[in-house]
Design a protein around this ligand. Sequence first.
Ligand code: NAG
Ligand code: NAG
Ligand code: NAG
Ligand code: NAG
Ligand code: NAG
Ligand code: NAG
Ligand code: NAG
Ligand code: NAG
Ligand code: NAG
Length: 888
Amino acid sequence: MQNTFLLCFILLSIQITNIKCEFKRIDLASKRVNWTLSNNKTQISAKVPGGVYSDLQRAGIIDDILSGFNDVQTRWVAYDTWTYKANFQVSEKDVQSPVANLVFEGVDTIAFIELNDVPIGTTQNMFVRYVFDVKEHLKIGINELKVTFASPVHAAENRSAKHFTAPACVPDEYNGECHANQLRKMQASFSWDWGPAFPSVGLWKPVYIELYDTAIIRSLTTHTEQNDQLWYLKILAHLESGTRAKRVEGYITAELFVEGHQSLNVAREISIMTRHDGTVEVELNITVHSNVISVWWPNGFGDQPLYDLRVSLSTHKDGNEVSNKHIRIGFRTLELVEEDASKMLGNTTAGKGLTFYFKVNGYPMFMKGSNWIPANILPEIGYDKSTVDELLTAARDTHMAMLRVWGGGVYESDYFYERCDQLGILIWQDFLFACSMYPADPEFLDNVKVEIEQTVIRLQHHPSIAVWAGNNENEVALRGNWYNTLPEFDKYKEEYIKLYVETVKPIVETWDPSRRYLVSSPSNGVESEQEGYIAKNPYDSNYGDTHYYNYLSDNWDINIYPKTRFASEYGFQSLPSLKTMATATKNKEDYHVNSSYSKHRQHSPNGYNFITDQMNRHLKLDEHDPKHFEKFVFYSQISQAMAIKAETEFYRQSQADWYTMGALYWQLNDVWQAPSWSSIEYGGKWKMLHYFAKSFFAPVLVSPRLLLTDIVDVYAINDRLVPIIEGKITVDYFNWSSLTPFKSQDFATNVELLSVKKVTSLGLMNYNNDEIFLRFSLHMEGVSMSPHNFIFPKPLKDIKGLLQPNIKVTVSKNFYKNKLKKTFKYVVNIEVDTVVLFLWLETDALDGHFDDNGLVITQANTSVNYVTKRRITVEELEKNITYQYYIN
Ligand SMILES: *[C@@H]1O[C@H](CO)[C@@H](O)[C@H](O)[C@H]1NC(C)=O
Ligand SMILES: *[C@@H]1O[C@H](CO)[C@@H](O)[C@H](O)[C@H]1NC(C)=O
Ligand SMILES: *[C@@H]1O[C@H](CO)[C@@H](O)[C@H](O)[C@H]1NC(C)=O
Ligand SMILES: *[C@@H]1O[C@H](CO)[C@@H](O)[C@H](O)[C@H]1NC(C)=O
Ligand SMILES: *[C@@H]1O[C@H](CO)[C@@H](O)[C@H](O)[C@H]1NC(C)=O
Ligand SMILES: *[C@@H]1O[C@H](CO)[C@@H](O)[C@H](O)[C@H]1NC(C)=O
Ligand SMILES: *[C@@H]1O[C@H](CO)[C@@H](O)[C@H](O)[C@H]1NC(C)=O
Ligand SMILES: *[C@@H]1O[C@H](CO)[C@@H](O)[C@H](O)[C@H]1NC(C)=O
Ligand SMILES: *[C@@H]1O[C@H](CO)[C@@H](O)[C@H](O)[C@H]1NC(C)=O
């Protein structure tokens, strides 16, 4: 966002030429600065921003870290001591600068910093920007910067010896490292159930020296409030004047660019004292009439207009130093509504407790989405723009309006939140504490304070941020005794309150008073707070959000899922495709569920049994099948997709009778090629689940619920801002052996905007349920409004009549989808002669994807689009398409 180098421009006035200069930066993360990385044996050239694993791979000292067993084979890297070193030039003018700060945007994590052999400081939090005053230590000519990193594993171990906090370690199956909770470092870098341990070290964000005379604008926070036809925009410019208190005098202006090529301006003369650390805020107000802006909407509900805001500080001293800051803001209201549920649901079981829903621009909205883990296990690569863009676009394209940035990762890049602003993806932002108790010693708390303050100030202006949450699952972990904390429950509870309530909460409320801060995620919301922060039952159906995982019941059965106001996590594992797996291993013997490779990558202490058990409930797979592994992979994706479809539709249906208002499945993305809960594989390939999400999250959906009594309740879901008037739901009854329905029924329906309604119930008692299935659709004035939906009354392994199909796949044409982005679109035609289950199309090109896949085909001709960045001929694509489907 802020990219200011020595940038001078000339202002001509009538008599004098006044040269205005922005402050100067000596960029130490540019190609012109040569970094080296060394331990006590080797020295190689290094990249900044970067990290030790990236550098060692580039130098050929270690192999592709995600290949084979390299996560454990490269572990020595994490036990070693590493030093990053660089030389840079400083001019005579530079050393005369009144302020000279060495700024590290991100240091991962425990490091000792020396400039010209003088100790400058230490770092202990990878989420903090460190600013060191180096005025006294810079010299004219060549300067040497040296950053020495302690082993994060040893540092965590050492800290734990003094401040032990449960759990002692992760399960053995993770091949991980212990005591991540002692360090303010990406918690997942010590391993997770879906990821390997790569305890990285390095300078993962920009490093520079900033030189200026008086003061700079470090960040902007903005607060918008709507009153009738007016929006009140309050801007806080966060100034820094070096590391000591001083008076800042100058002139500050803000300009907001609104509709119709107009701009609104405000300016202030300032003369203020900073705090001891040189920081101070300046407030600027702008009143914006609602007819010069348009409001910002989440994806699926409207557009995402963003407006440029430029703030500029010019300081008096010699009249010519300017610091600029540019951000883009949106105008929307957003509220997390927790109010007496009986107002909505009456004096019923459902009406007990409180609601928990997001109201955006005055409309209660069901939040559809997923959970985001870091885009890469190496933090410096996780900020890669094209990966972030690809994943967020995939979320947008499947109707997601909310992602939860989960607490075991990192605070994402500015680019990430800017893209969310542009795509209409709301962010549920956890603070980075996950699945653990945390220390609460003064050193730790002081460390956290800086992190929270900087993070909130950096991210606060994004319209995409919906809510902050203190941690991931730490309230339920303590209440549920996950880490054997019961004997010391009171101590842990006290520390919990010290950290999330007494330390984090007031900081969030100071800098972002209008956003809700939830102490934990999941929690009972205000009810947890009233119960003293560790609720008796944090999973209470009548309050707040819940996480739900059940691997023992039949996951395709919609009746197993418990009610909730908001499902912020739920999921099931599947395996990545063979194509993705081939990027990790080419050894034939690895391609077996019982291979040591497969066992190594599966971190569940129960191995593949949960997947196998679910699969065996519905699908037929012979262990002696020569294609067993290939089918196991494919079936695991079917099983996952069907399970999450059932659970998601259960939550969407439950808007009608429980006011369930959110479904964020676990998890969107992956960090390696391994069994996981993701809907997108490492590398970007969509699993069947991601294609299914496009349907089960569709704005308009007919969603059936097969009850244990063989009754099918039919729900109409209308997730749009306009009602469905005179809609027609069609139910087609098929015999598995035929493409022609043997019976069809129509049901007229009207559905209010943003609502869900049970339209009718059907009985299946009079059919041989192993021979039939039902197809559902909704039309308005003859136009199809919803994707097809289905009920399979019996487990597919038991159905009768499904025939071996003849399938013909042809590609008929190609055209530019998007000339700017150079993407090409192809039409793929599928001709069949009988019903086909889960037709799964694949190509060799990993970057392309179909707009629909895992198709249940109930008509002779179907076409889907294929979009790719590679230009290929129609014939070539046709040759490259392969497919699989399910048959008993
Ligand atoms: C950095 O390294 C390159 C290639 O080794 C060399 O050409 C260049 O002069 C070096 N730059 C500095 C500032 O040392
Ligand atoms: C070099 O580093 C390794 C790992 O940190 C350590 O075990 C070894 O003692 C060191 N050797 C010397 C000569 O410092
Ligand atoms: C850990 O503690 C040992 C013993 O006090 C010390 O020698 C070592 O340097 C420490 N390591 C780190 C990474 O803090
Ligand atoms: C900005 O507006 C608020 C009230 O909305 C007021 O309290 C504050 O004094 C105003 N600040 C400035 C600098 O005008
Ligand atoms: C709500 O239901 C309870 C019993 O379930 C009853 O005692 C109470 O009177 C009811 N309240 C209202 C307002 O109807
Ligand atoms: C994998 O190993 C288990 C336990 O030994 C065995 O029951 C199962 O049949 C094996 N699976 C395959 C596909 O060979
Ligand atoms: C479905 O087809 C089977 C023959 O495969 C037939 O026996 C059965 O009657 C058909 N069922 C219906 C409901 O048409
Ligand atoms: C098509 O398939 C061939 C062989 O399977 C492969 O070499 C080629 O890269 C593929 N082309 C594309 C565009 O996928
Ligand atoms: C399907 O499309 C093919 C041409 O692609 C056409 O020959 C055939 O008649 C179509 N079948 C039906 C049932 O529409």
